[in-house]
Design a protein around this ligand. Sequence first.
Ligand code: C5P
Length: 215
Amino acid sequence: MTTVALIVAAGKGERSGSALPKQFAPLAGRPMVAWSHATLAAHSAVDEVIVVIGAGQEAMLAAALPGARHVTGGARRQDSVRAGLDAAAGADRILIHDAARPFLSPAVIDRLLAALDTHDGAVPVLPVPDTLVSQDGTPVDRAALRRVQTPQAFRAPALARAHGGWQGGEATDDAQMVRAAGGSVALVEGDTMLEKVTYPADFAAAEARVAMETR
Ligand code: C5P
């Protein structure tokens, strides 16, 4: 069984306020993309890691991760994933991870891959801690909702079918595409360390977390 991990890192990262796109910006002494790359590359079930970068980001990737296999992505996240899938042809299982979530634990990967024994896909989720309302102020039951993280794991044929048949617009993750194609997607326990780094304050929060974890 061949398992390929794709790290999608082709975004512009404009909300981070960083000089470099956020995925290449330093985070606790290491470029952001290098954190999850190291975890995926070291996992015994992962055969290969491919980084999907934007056109013109080759030098930034070479500085962040010398020698890493990479392909060029597209305008939307799903176009970047598609480019990665083309490069991963022949794999049985695909993990798709956002470079914007640096702190990935091997245990999350284990839970996702185990769920593929019984499902077409698996995603890590967390409960919502805040009280929620809709735009008009109507309360929304938070107990019924989950926040979805990456990596997301898929049986490769189900993922290929989902991307090939997608009729929707911009998709923020791959699980919604697999579900739309009739695939089954398991929800497994996520990890608070996997939070997405998006805004300038997220960098400081992420660095504080690393400092706390490694104390
Ligand atoms: O913009 P957002 O934070 O939702 O992007 C999620 C992930 O998808 C990021 O790691 C980003 O680099 C990646 N992405 C991509 N290609 C795009 C847009 C986003 O690889 N066209």
